[in-house]
Design a binder for this molecule. Structure first.
Ligand SMILES: [Zn+2]
Ligand SMILES: [Zn+2]
Ligand SMILES: [Zn+2]
Ligand SMILES: [Zn+2]
Length: 348
């Protein structure tokens, strides 16, 4: 078996577990929780494996290929998996995604260790499981798209899982119905519920920052997201982006990237030239985006990771504007320079 074969078999297995996790929900919610969670963890490990196989072993410095191939190893935890993807591949999966995977894993642990009497007929507990699945799939699906280069052989599996997840949402219909009075009240109060990107129900209550950016919380599945509404730069139709600056236009199939958002979101603020003279767009301390942070009213918004910050600060070493803490930037730098320490190192 080559490394490619191991990746392939791990990924194929993950999609098999995912499909199982969705399909067996009706008959056996307990195994659905276990299989769905395993699938999520396997796909994150598959991504890590693209860096090096030993990274999915809990102690990579003691990794042994023969033992690995024999399945004789302790595998990386979810927490370490995130840290390694960040430290080795330079990609953070984000707090929202991590927290949704964490919730899934905690639920799985509970299911494995404690017998849940009468789960099969406990509609409330079942709705909670499906809500967790929806939130996790929302994040996982986007990570898989972002990592499309590694998962390009699995396009049909991803599309198939997405279709299955859309069917899975029907278990939330009763909850949606029960929320009608609350949703009506929100509508009357001027916050008309929008479609939730995770569960699909029109139950996400917007809290508008301005006429283009809103943060939403879904009453059905508890998913939170930030949405930006803009005209597609390719076809001019209206598109909604959720939680990140990458999307494919539903109307023309054109790809939308953070640079487009920076353009759109700065145009109506001030003359573009003046805007750049202010040092904006700034860099993002959260996602390390370069010139992705724009000013909106008195907030700063990252067009890549959709994080809102209340201020930007100059890096004391390179003078670029950044969100996040710049206190020690003179010596350690910002997301785009290595500060004095890095500069002296280069001198050697
Ligand atoms: Zn939802
Ligand atoms: Zn378009
Ligand atoms: Zn960012
Ligand atoms: Zn700097």
């Amino acid at each position: 078996m080559t490394h490619h074969d191991i990746f392939d078999s791990l990924t194929r297995n993950a999609f098999d577990f995912l499909e199982r996790g969705i399909a067996e929900f009706d008959k056996s919610p307990k195994y659905s929780v276990i299989h769905f969670c395993a699938a999520v963890e396997m796909l994150l490990k598959a991504r890590l494996m693209k860096e090096h196989w030993s990274l999915i072993v809990s102690k990579p410095d003691q990794a042994n290929l023969t033992k690995f191939m024999a399945g004789d190893f302790i595998s990386v935890t979810l927490e370490d998996c995130r840290a390694r993807i960040r430290d080795v591949a330079g990609e953070d999966i984000g707090d929202d995604a991590y927290n949704s995977f964490r919730a899934l894993a905690n639920h799985r642990n509970k299911m494995v260790h404690f017998f849940h009497q009468g789960l099969d007929s406990d509609e409330k507990a079942k709705a909670q499981i499906v809500a967790e699945h929806c939130r996790s799939w929302f994040h996982l699906h986007r990570l898989l798209n972002r990592w499309g280069g590694y998962f390009h052989d699995f396009g049909s599996e991803i599309a198939h899982a997405d279709r299955a997840m859309k069917g899975h949402r029907k278990y939330l219909a009763a909850k949606f119905k029960a929320l009608k009075p609350e949703l009506d009240a929100a509508r009357k109060a001027g916050s008309a519920p929008k479609a939730c990107s995770a569960c699909g129900f029109k139950a996400a209550i917007p809290d508008a920052l301005d006429d283009q950016i809103a943060s939403l919380r879904c009453l059905v599945c508890d998913h939170t997201e930030t949405q930006v509404e803009l005209e597609c730069p390719h076809c001019g139709e209206s598109v909604v982006l959720a939680n990140e600056g990458y999307a494919t236009c539903d109307h023309c199939g054109g790809s939308i990237e953070p640079e487009h958002l920076v353009d759109v979101l700065t145009k109506d603020v001030v003359g573009t030239k003046d805007y750049f003279e202010t040092g904006l767009p700034a860099n993002c301390g959260t996602c390390e985006g370069y010139h992705t942070v724009v000013e909106r009213d008195d907030m700063y918004f990252c067009a890549n990771c959709f994080e809102l910050s209340d201020h930007v600060e100059q890096c004391e070493w390179c003078n670029e504007l950044n969100t996040g803490d710049m206190e020690h930037s003179y010596s350690v730098g910002c997301s785009h320079c290595d500060g004095k320490v890095g500069w002296e190192k280069d001198d050697d």
